[in-house]
Design a protein around this ligand. Structure first.
Ligand SMILES: Cc1cc2nc3c(=O)[nH]c(=O)nc-3n(C[C@H](O)[C@H](O)[C@H](O)COP(=O)(O)OP(=O)(O)OC[C@H]3O[C@@H](n4cnc5c(N)ncnc54)[C@H](O)[C@@H]3O)c2cc1C
Ligand code: FES
Length: 288
């Protein structure tokens, strides 16, 4: 895992804030200092309004160090994200970032299997973008029970083990030659695997020859039950597995211990802060 303590506090101009079904929003901000160093798995801590509001942690979905932009995807679940959704292009947001330990994606001999669910999809998109840029091989499986907040397309990649009817992919990934497939239990979402995203990933893993399986590393972010299923996949297929946790946070900078999780490491039990010791952890050290 990659740790970068280069945290900036910036006033970032909102360039776009696009509403998608099910109260999902994709926002692009001008934040050059953050875009320059951010790595997949890291997040920004956003002040959603003036006053007594805690900052809200939101993962980075894409960063363009040349244009100085960062993209985030968020879903309205409460007051903080409702305030964020109401922001208009041209307004400025105060935010800190990039924060946290990123996914380690530097080994170009690995095949990175990126499994994202719901608002856990953004770090997987960022990871796949950087993995392919580094000349390595990502593959993305994304799950959602509400319409995906991305342009979708039919994929031209053939993937072992994946049923032919699960043919839809995220257009921007297909354009970058990143194989991807979608899963949903929502029967209205056309071209998705009917079921959970971890089960879709299991079909692909089960179809790999032993040599190819040995090259796989799993990266994942999503709701806790999905991460439990992904951690079980890692054990079942004996594949290194790293997950990004979305724990409740207060300070977001390691000062309050409000986000602690218990880990079981080679030298014993530890209490790690998700905000700065994570959010990315080796799945085998967590208690599921
Ligand atoms: C490292 C990290 C990255 C995140 N990345 C994203 C992202 O990319 N996109 C996104 O939409 N959300 C993300 N989240 C979750 C997001 O921070 C919360 O949804 C947000 O803070 C809720 O604020 P609120 O004021 O709208 O809701 P609140 O009023 O605070 O809560 C509304 C509901 O959401 C639940 N909730 C609040 N915070 C969390 C949390 N951290 N985990 C689980 N449930 C929570 C509450 O229990 C409540 O039911 C991330 C969280 C973390 C810790
Ligand atoms: S939120 Fe304060 S230590 Fe993590």
């Amino acid at each position: 895992m990659h740790d970068d303590h280069n945290i900036h506090e910036v006033s970032a101009k909102i360039l776009i804030n696009v509403a998608h079904p099910a109260m999902q929003h994709v926002m692009r901000l001008h934040a050059p200092a953050i875009a320059k160093t951010a790595q997949p798995g890291q997040f920004v801590h956003i002040q959603v309004a003036k006053g007594p509001y805690l900052r809200r942690p939101i993962s980075l979905m894409l960063c363009d160090p040349i244009k100085g932009t960062i993209d985030i995807l968020f879903k309205v679940v409460g007051e903080g994200t409702r305030l964020l959704a109401a922001k208009k292009a041209g307004e400025a947001l105060q935010l800190c970032g990039p924060i946290g330990v990123a996914f380690s994606i530097t080994d170009t001999s690995r095949r990175y299997l990126c499994i994202g669910g719901g608002v856990g999809i953004p770090p997987m998109i960022f990871a796949a973008d950087r993995i392919v840029a580094a000349g390595a091989r990502p593959i993305v499986f994304a799950g959602s029970e509400v319409p995906f907040p991305f342009a979708l397309a039919s994929s031209n990649f053939l993937l072992p083990g994946i049923p032919a009817q699960a043919m839809m992919t995220i257009q921007s990934l297909e354009a970058r030659n990143i194989p991807c497939r979608l899963a949903s239990n929502n029967s209205e979402l056309f071209g998705c695997h009917a079921g959970y995203v971890a089960d879709l990933a299991a079909l692909w893993l089960a179809a790999l020859p032993p040599q190819a399986l040995q090259e796989v590393t799993i990266l994942s972010c999503g709701p806790f039950p999905m991460l439990q299923a992904v951690a079980a996949l890692g054990l079942r297929f004996d594949v290194p597995t790293f997950v990004s946790l979305e724990e409740y946070m207060a300070c977001g900078i390691g000062a309050c211990a409000g986000c602690v999780v218990e880990t079981h490491e080679h030298d014993g039990t530890h209490y790690r802060r998700v905000c700065v010791d994570g959010p990315v952890f080796d799945a085998t050290v967590l208690r599921w």
